[in-house]
Design a protein around this ligand. Structure first.
Ligand code: PGA
Length: 243
């Protein structure tokens, strides 16, 4: 599988950052797919700046409805119109800061697919859940309930305690969790579940990317902090194995 390296800019990035970043990533030779998910305000600008480069642009959330009286929300067709082809859904910062449930995430994923976007559904346990030995159970429940019928998209395994902390699970723990995720995908979705990409996310940096990306069933990375610097994002992409 060709690895995907996805940058999640979260609530970072201003207009002045777009051209320089786009130029730097466009110019670099890559053997991975690259995706930039900036804030809503920069999607259109990035889509224009990256046109023809093969580098995709994505959103960080969408509403389950195509339109309506939902102040502050953005719909999947709106993201597509702005130039997005992917959307991150159910990120832990959405699940915990905005109270998003698995059912809500499934509704968003369905809307994204309907709009022609590739949903990237995030799952992952908290530190307390891992310490209690519940990590695989929590992730299984999230997968069973956050994916709509006929889900076609990407899964990002992001242990909540590894996000923005500089801490990562051991390689053995990442490999075990990705194998468990693959088994649940096959169980829930049948044959198509075996072909979906599973990304690892949480404190991926140039220094640890090669070892994480070489693990079985790790088909790429969802990168937060390190994706804000083109140089670091490209170093992570360069560390991915040739698929
Ligand atoms: P991080 O964030 O790389 O800064 O840990 C990852 C994410 O939240 O997607």
């Amino acid at each position: 599988m060709r690895p995907l390296i996805a940058g999640n800019w979260k609530m970072h990035g201003r207009l002045a950052d777009v051209q320089g970043f786009a130029q730097a990533v466009r110019a670099a030779a890559r053997h991975t797919d690259l995706l930039i998910c900036p804030p809503f305000t920069l999607i259109d600008r990035f889509a224009t700046a990256l046109a023809g480069s093969g580098i995709a642009v994505g959103g960080q959330d969408c509403h389950p409805a195509p339109e309506g009286a939902f102040t502050g929300d953005v719909s999947a067709p709106m993201l597509a119109e702005a130039g997005a082809s992917y959307v991150i859904l159910g990120h832990s910062e959405r699940r915990y800061c905005h109270g998003e449930t698995n059912a809500r995430v499934a509704g968003k994923a369905e809307a994204a697919m309907f709009a022609g976007l590739t949903p990237i559904v995030c799952i992952g346990e908290t530190e307390a859940q891992r310490d209690a030995g519940e990590a695989e159970h929590v992730v299984r429940q999230q997968l069973m309930h956050s994916l709509p019928e006929g889900f076609s998209g990407i899964i990002a395994y992001e242990p909540v305690w590894a996000i923005g902390t500089g801490r990562t699970p051991t390689e053995a723990d990442v490999a075990a969790m990705h194998a468990a995720i693959r088994a649940v995908l096959a169980e829930k979705l049948g044959e198509p579940g075996k072909a979906l990409k599973i990304l690892y996310g949480g404190s991926v940096k140039p220094g640890n990317a090669a070892s994480l990306l070489a693990l079985p069933e790790v088909d790429g990375a969802l990168v937060g902090g390190a994706s804000l610097k083109a140089e670091d994002l490209l170093a992570i992409a360069a560390a991915a194995p040739r698929g």
